[in-house]
Design a protein around this ligand. Structure first.
Ligand code: PLP
Length: 474
C-alpha cells in the first residue's frame, strides 16, 4: 500500500529522467517528421481514460508514468508537430517546457510578495510592454490566455465607465455598449456576458472586403446608439482575427475612440506580437494607443499553454478595479501584489517559461521566427494561387490562408471540401481545420510554427489533393 506522496531525491531523479526522456524522444520524432501531426484517440483508450474508478489505493509512480507514456502522452491535438496548421496553436519552445517543470518544482504562487517570481514577472511584463509600444508605467498581468486578457481589459473599462461605481453598485447604470466586428473573437461576447453587460449591448459591426472592421458602419452605429440614449463605451479591435488574420484599422479606431471618449481595447491574442515582423508592422499602427491590450505568448511566442498577457495603460485604474487585500494577506512592505490587478489570488509562475524563451532568442530571434512564419504563409498562398486544383479565398498580413480544393468541373465545393477535410483529419499526416467566410465553407491553414518548412506545405497540398480525388470518386 502506498500512503505517502513523499519521494526520495533519488527516486524523483530517476522518474524525472523518464519524464524528460519521454519529451526528448517525442521532440526527435516531431523534428524528423516520424509521427503524424495528429493521432485520434482510439476508442478503447477513450474508454480507458474516461471511465476510471476512483483509486482506493495508490500505484507505483513507475507504473503511473508507464501508463502516461502509453495512453496519454501520444494523444495530444498535435500542436508540436511541424505539419500542424490548425487554429492558432504553436509548438512549445523546449526551453519553456523546462521552465514549466521548474516553476512547478518551486511551487511558486505568483500572487506577489518578496519572491523571485515577483521580480521576474515585472521584468517580463516590461519586456512585453516594450514589444507592444506600451509605456513602462502601464499595468500588466500574465493571465491564462486571450480570453482572460479580454475579461480583465473589459472589467477595467466597465469600472472606469461606471466612475468606479460598479464594484459597489453592480450594473445599476445603463450598460456600456461594446463594439467589435463580426470577425471579432467569441471571447469578446463571453467577456461581455460574464461582466453582466449582456450581449444585447454588444454590437457586431460588419467587416469590409478584407475582413476588417468597417469604420463607417462603426461610426453610424455609435451615432444611432447615442441617439437612442445608450452609452457607447468601448471598441474592441482585433489585431489578427482568428478566421483570416485580418487586422482592424487600429489607428483610425483609436482616433474615433479619442473623439468619442470611448475605451479602446485591442484583442491581439493571435497577432499582437507580429508587430515585430517588418512585413506586418505597418498594419499595427495605433495598437500602442489602446487603453487595454491582450496578447497571447502561448500563441505566437511559442510558450507552452497557458500564458496570456493583459496590458492596461492606466495602472491605477487596473488596481482600483480589482484590489481587495484581506487582513490575513496584508503586508504593507510588499504591496501591491499581482493579485490586486486581476481576479486570481493564487497564480501560476508563468513568467519563468516566458523569460527563458525570450532569453534564449531575444527580440531579434522572435522577429525572425514570426517573419519566417508569415513568409511561409505567403509561399503557401503562392502555391495555392498557381495550382489550378486550388482556389485562394483570403490572405492577410499575418499567417492564415483560407482556400478550397476546387479542381475544374467539381460541383458542390462545400461538400467536397468538408469530405476531404474529414479524410485528412482522420489520416493525420497533416492537420488543419475549416471556417466560414461570409457563409462559405473554406479550408483554413495557419502557420505559427518554428518547425514548419516549405516541404511541409507541399505535403499539406498533396494530402488535400489526394483526399479530394478520393472523395470525388465516391
Ligand atoms: C483572436 C483571438 N482572440 C482571443 C482568443 C482566445 O484566446 P485563448 O484561447 O488564449 O483564451 C483567440 C484564440 O484562438 C484568438 O485567436
Amino acid at each position: 500500500m502506498n500512503n505517502t506522496l513523499e519521494m526520495t531525491p533519488e527516486a524523483f531523479r530517476q522518474l524525472g529522467y523518464q519524464a524528460v526522456d519521454m519529451i526528448a524522444d517525442a521532440l526527435g520524432r516531431w523534428q524528423q517528421r516520424r509521427e503524424p501531426a495528429r493521432r485520434p484517440v482510439p476508442q478503447e483508450i477513450r474508454e480507458l481514460l474516461h471511465h476510471q474508478p476512483l483509486p482506493r489505493h495508490g500505484r507505483s509512480p513507475e507504473a503511473l508514468l508507464s501508463f502516461v507514456a502509453e495512453n496519454i502522452f501520444p494523444y495530444s491535438l498535435g500542436h508540436n508537430n511541424p505539419r500542424f496548421f490548425a487554429w492558432v496553436n504553436s509548438p512549445a519552445a523546449p526551453i519553456s517546457v523546462l521552465g514549466e517543470l521548474l516553476a512547478a518544482g518551486m511551487n511558486a504562487s505568483a500572487a506577489g510578495g518578496d519572491q523571485a517570481s515577483t521580480y521576474l514577472e515585472h521584468a517580463v511584463l516590461n519586456w512585453l510592454k516594450e514589444i507592444m509600444g506600451f509605456p513602462l508605467e502601464s499595468g500588466g498581468l500574465l493571465v491564462s490566455g486571450g480570453s482572460m486578457a479580454t475579461v480583465v481589459g473589459l472589467a477595467v473599462m466597465r469600472y472606469v465607465k461606471s466612475d468606479g461605481q460598479v464594484r459597489e453598485q453592480g450594473m445599476h447604470q445603463s450598460p456600456p455598449v461594446v463594439y467589435t466586428s463580426t470577425e471579432g473573437h467569441s471571447c469578446v461576447q463571453k467577456a461581455v456576458e460574464l461582466l453582466g453587460i449582456g450581449h444585447r449591448f454588444l454590437r457586431k459591426i460588419p467587416a469590409d472586403g478584407n475582413f476588417r472592421m468597417d469604420l463607417a458602419a462603426l461610426k453610424l452605429q455609435i451615432d444611432r446608439d447615442r441617439a437612442a440614449g445608450l452609452v457607447p463605451a468601448c471598441v474592441v479591435g482585433s489585431a489578427g482575427t482568428v478566421n483570416t488574420g485580418a487586422i482592424d484599422p487600429l489607428d483610425e479606431i483609436a482616433d474615433l475612440c479619442a473623439q468619442e471618449g470611448m475605451w479602446f481595447h485591442v484583442d491581439g491574442a493571435f497577432g499582437g506580437v507580429a508587430r515585430l515582423a517588418p512585413q506586418a508592422a505597418d498594419h499595427f499602427l495605433g495598437i500602442e494607443r489602446a487603453d487595454s491590450l491582450g496578447i497571447d505568448p502561448h500563441k505566437w511566442m511559442y510558450i507552452p499553454i497557458e500564458c496570456g498577457c493583459v496590458l492596461v495603460r492606466d495602472q491605477q485604474a487596473m488596481q482600483d478595479t480589482f484590489s481587495l487585500v484581506p487582513e490575513y494577506l496584508r503586508d504593507d512592505r510588499q504591496l501591491p501584489w499581482f493579485a490586486e490587478f486581476g481576479p486570481q489570488q493564487t497564480r501560476a509562475f508563468r513568467a519563468l517559461k516566458l523569460w527563458l524563451a525570450i532569453g534564449q532568442i531575444g527580440l531579434e530571434g522572435y522577429r525572425d521566427l514570426i517573419e519566417r512564419d508569415i513568409e511561409l504563409a505567403r509561399l503557401l498562398q503562392k502555391k495555392v494561387r498557381e495550382d489550378p486544383d486550388f482556389e485562394l479565398v483570403s490572405t492577410s498580413p499575418l499567417s492564415v490562408t483560407c482556400f478550397l480544393y476546387a479542381p475544374a468541373g467539381a460541383d458542390n465545393l462545400e461538400r467536397l471540401n468538408q469530405g476531404l477535410l474529414e479524410v485528412v483529419q482522420e489520416e493525420g499526416t497533416v492537420y488543419l481545420t475549416h471556417t466560414r467566410l461570409n457563409g462559405r465553407f473554406v479550408l483554413r491553414a495557419n502557420i505559427v510554427n518554428f518547425r514548419t518548412e516549405e516541404a511541409d506545405l507541399d505535403v499539406l497540398l498533396d494530402r488535400l489533393r489526394q483526399a479530394g480525388e478520393r472523395c470525388q470518386k465516391l
